[in-house]
Ligand binder design. Structure first.
Ligand SMILES: O=P(O)(O)OC[C@H]1O[C@](O)(COP(=O)(O)O)[C@@H](O)[C@@H]1O
Length: 360
């Protein structure tokens, strides 16, 4: 089988052109799904390029601010760009015949895509079928109006785990534990547009080259540092946290943790941005209250984190082992370097479960 190491060797060959996303996935994903995942991730890349265009032109196209009509979904106030990004994801992905089910943060229910669902039902008996794509079309959208980085998060499952013989239940198909993910990724809309993906063969980062319009491999086989020196959390909530989390943060702030160095705080309030920095620089990023969503935010990032050698938890257990009960289920989220995460989890009492919400 052609594996990630081979694709990486090609990337490192002097004079070789950087690999593009589709070529890399076709060459490095598991052999039985490489072609289909390459096609699927090509569709994601098309949607991401369109969203990146809208994000960068939002101020010029009147796309700042709150949407006039509030839709369903996870209950957050929808921004104009949330709606635009959601429409783009659904339009592009539903045109891909492999996609049987789409589940978005911005919609109440998972939806069946007629072409993909018919194909999935037809192939279900043979153990085949289409795929389910879960996504948060624009994470961190409260940052949009200040041109601060935002992102798109997605995860891909097979329908076969949920398909009956002739009828596919869209919601059931979307409620799979993170251990069933066959691919996941995020786009980061920042000084560069990046797409970071995993098909279960490592975590790899691609940068959109505006000159050729392609995502090119710039960060092959990302490995999160064993330990970092940065923690990322909304620190203003310190006095609402449980004792264990307070004690951990106090220790690392003062260089009194297992790492005898004082940690720095960094918090963009854009999950993709905070996670991306953590992946590259190490340390921990977290939201200890029940705010982030298991299905389309936490689980996809957890796959990327683990494939980079990190740990992802809800503060009690491995995140990807949790079987979702609802599409918009929220939970505490902790991800980061293995040594930092192991130290954090040793404090045990780190989840903020008081149900408190905040207006800003
Ligand atoms: O208010 P908190 O607890 O700091 O939460 C901020 C988090 O919420 C998010 O904005 C996600 O919420 P949205 O999906 O509604 O944008 C993350 O990007 C960010 O990490």
């Amino acid at each position: 089988m052609y594996c990630a190491a081979t694709a990486q060797e090609a990337q490192n060959t002097p004079g070789a052109a950087p690999l593009d996303l589709t070529g890399f996935v076709a060459a490095s994903a598991p052999a039985d799904s490489a072609q289909s995942l390459a096609l699927l991730l090509s569709s994601v890349a098309v949607a991401v390029k369109q969203i990146a265009g809208k994000v960068s032109r939002a101020g010029l196209e009147g796309l700042f601010g709150v949407a006039e009509q509030q839709g369903g979904g996870s209950g957050d106030t929808q921004k104009k760009l949330d709606v635009v990004a959601n429409d783009i994801m659904k339009a592009v992905l539903s045109a891909n015949p492999q996609v049987a089910v789409l589940a978005s943060e911005e919609d109440d229910e998972a939806m069946l895509c007629s072409r993909g669902a018919a194909a999935a039902a037809a192939a279900a008996g043979a153990g085949g079928g289409g795929c389910v794509v879960v996504f948060d079309p624009l994470d961190g959208s409260r940052n949009i109006d200040a041109a601060i980085p935002t992102g798109t998060i997605f995860g891909v499952y097979k329908t076969s785990a949920a398909a009956g013989s002739d009828k596919l239940d869209a919601t059931a198909a979307a409620l799979q534990p993170g251990t069933e993910l066959v691919a996941a990724g995020y786009a980061l809309y920042s000084s560069a547009t990046m797409l970071v993906i995993s098909t279960g063969q490592g975590t790899h980062g691609f940068t959109l080259d505006p000159l050729c319009g392609e995502f090119l491999l710039t960060h092959p086989n990302i490995k999160i540092p064993q330990r970092g020196q940065i923690y990322s959390v909304n620190d203003a909530r310190f006095h609402d946290w449980p004792k264990g989390l307070q004690a951990y943060i106090e220790a690392i702030r003062q260089g009194k943790g297992q790492n005898p160095k004082q940690y720095s705080a960094r918090y963009i309030c854009s999950l993709v941005g905070d996670f991306h920095r953590t992946l590259l620089y190490g340390g921990v990023c977290m939201n200890p209250r029940c705010h982030l969503r298991l299905v389309y935010e936490a689980n996809p990032l957890a796959l990327l984190c683990e494939q980079a050698g990190g740990i992802a938890s809800d503060g009690k257990q491995r995140l990807r082992d949790i079987k979702p009960a609802q599409l918009h289920q929220r939970l505490p989220l902790f991800m980061g370097s293995p040594d930092d995460m192991t130290e954090l989890m040793s404090y045990d009492d780190v989840q903020q479960l008081d149900g408190k919400t905040y207006t800003v």
